[in-house]
Design a protein. Structure first.
Length: 113
């Protein structure tokens, strides 16, 4: 099994939160981290194909990004594309197919960037 780290960076927010609402917004953001991670994980699973070799996904929500650990079944490199490229294709496919992910996150950078 191969493990790939990737991150999806958030798009810039629409604007500052009014000061009276800042405390409530911070509490809601903390509570929503688990929900956000579950949404990203669900999108990636929904758009995974059998040939991706996806085994498991771990998602952690941070202030400026979501961190991903993508676990893929190992393959013979002489026959198939490298694991980093497979992970990127999966993440890019999920990002492109999901209006929520396109609205919330910047497109994933290609491997090596």
């Amino acid at each position: 099994m191969d493990v790939i780290y990737a991150a999806l960076h958030r798009r810039q927010s629409a604007g500052p939160v009014p000061s009276g609402e800042a405390a409530g917004a911070a509490e809601a953001a903390e509570v929503d981290k688990a929900g956000e991670a579950a949404e990203v994980r669900a999108v990636l699973w929904a758009h995974a194909r059998p040939d991706d070799g996806l085994q498991h996904i771990t998602v952690r929500s941070e202030a400026d990004r979501v961190d991903l650990l993508v676990y893929l079944a190992s393959r013979d490199l002489a026959v198939d594309q490298d694991t980093l490229s497979r992970a990127h294709v999966l993440i890019a496919r999920g990002h492109q197919a999901s209006p929520l992910m396109r609205r919330r996150y910047q497109p994933p950078a290609p491997p090596g960037c």
